[in-house]
Design a protein around this ligand. Structure first.
Ligand SMILES: Cc1cc2nc3c(=O)[nH]c(=O)nc-3n(C[C@H](O)[C@H](O)[C@H](O)COP(=O)(O)OP(=O)(O)OC[C@H]3O[C@@H](n4cnc5c(N)ncnc54)[C@H](O)[C@@H]3O)c2cc1C
Length: 326
């Protein structure tokens, strides 16, 4: 509950939203789908809801879109999880891992119709969204914008007798930057607005795989794994692999990625199984009331083997039968 809310702004323009969010005298936050923000307790959570004095509603900022250009797929921050799950562009890229992860992130269609990409990234781990793991293997970048407002008084420099004395001139500035998705949680600043997420186009031979384990099929994922593999001329050209799940940051498995890139795609299941087993020894998975770290470790080894095998086979098949190159 936002018990101390004093202002509600329905922004019609991104620059207006940035100026409102840049204020330091009144704690102002963006409002997207509201599924997380409005359900917050007043104390003891990531956000202290009772501190929030103003919200800026983003729904009219034209930030709900999914489009592509020659290099990138662009997904606007206000795109809902349901729109991502339904988008043909995402369904047809890398076996639809992003669309499938968006669908799995919340099994309630009601929530998926409101919850947005920007809100999910804004909440981070607490959203419990499978989407975060998929974004980390897609090498996603988050585009952020912030605004500033500076009042300058030029009156002191006027010559005596001059009639016009400019005072209180307001300079409005804005700044845009891009952050790699994996560094977003550490590096983003509180007044920055997520504008969109950019994902390099995976290429026609890239194949993806997504697997999850939950207590029930509709529960949050105790653990999930996503792989993105591109095989060219029967050689691993690109391997991206991550594990995620409830209450954990996605973990990229760089050791496995680096060991496989450049190797022949027919190294064999035995080689991959030993590689995964050895690399997982260095990965620390959390323990909580849902599952122990040991259980997650065993699940993780199985999931990683499965997604790697599925994505490798998918990419080899595409390479052979599509006749196209990534
Ligand atoms: C009962 C319940 C259970 C849920 N369970 C799950 C679940 O299991 N898995 C799951 O994925 N989701 C779940 N959700 C939904 C989850 O809250 C959303 O996935 C998402 O985290 C919030 O998206 P939103 O658009 O509603 O964001 P909001 O609630 O509007 O905002 C969330 C935070 O992000 C900030 N923010 C929003 N947009 C931007 C932006 N463009 N730039 C910068 N900051 C921004 C807000 O200021 C706020 O701090 C659940 C929701 C509820 C109510």
């Amino acid at each position: 509950m936002l018990l101390n809310l004093l202002e509600y702004h329905w922004a019609e323009d991104i620059d207006d939203a940035l100026l409102l969010l840049s204020r330091t005298d009144i704690k102002t936050v963006p409002l997207a789908g509201g599924t997380y923000l409005l359900g917050q307790a007043d104390v003891g959570t990531q956000f202290i809801a009772s501190d929030i004095e103003a919200v800026v509603d983003l729904r009219d900022l034209q930030l709900s879109y999914i489009k592509e250009d020659a290099q990138m797929i662009h997904i606007g921050a206000m795109t809902t999880l349901q729109n991502m799950a339904d988008a043909p562009l995402l369904k047809n890229s890398a076996d639809g891992v992003l669309a499938r992860a968006a669908q799995a992130s919340s099994f309630s269609r009601l929530l998926r119709n409101s919850a947005t990409l920007g809100g999910t990234i804004g909440v981070g781990v607490a959203s419990q969204a499978d989407l975060l793991t998929a974004l980390s293997v897609m090498d996603a970048e988050v585009v952020l914008r912030s605004g500033s407002q500076t009042s300058v008084n030029l009156g002191g420099g006027q010559r005596a007798g001059q009639s016009f004395a400019p005072t209180g001139i307001v300079y409005k500035g804005k700044h845009e930057r891009r952050l790699a998705f994996h560094s977003f949680a550490l590096e983003h600043r509180p007044n920055e607005l997520i504008i969109e997420v950019r994902i390099p186009r995976p290429g026609t031979t890239a194949s993806g795989a997504f697997e999850r384990v939950g207590r029930t099929p509709t529960d949050v994922a105790l653990l999930n794994a996503v792989a993105l593999v591109a095989v060219q001329d029967e050689v691993y050209q690109r391997v991206r692999l991550a594990l995620g799940g409830v209450n954990m940051e996605p973990v990229r498995l760089y050791a496995i990625e680096q060991q496989l890139e450049g190797k022949p795609a027919d190294v064999g299941a035995q080689f991959i199984a030993s590689l995964v087993q050895a690399s997982m020894a260095d990965v620390r998975l959390p323990s909580d009331f849902r599952a122990s770290s040991g259980y997650r470790h065993v699940c993780g080894i199985n999931l990683v083997n499965r997604v790697l095998e599925e994505a490798t086979n998918g990419s080899r098949w595409r390479g052979k039968f599509s006749g196209k190159r990534a």
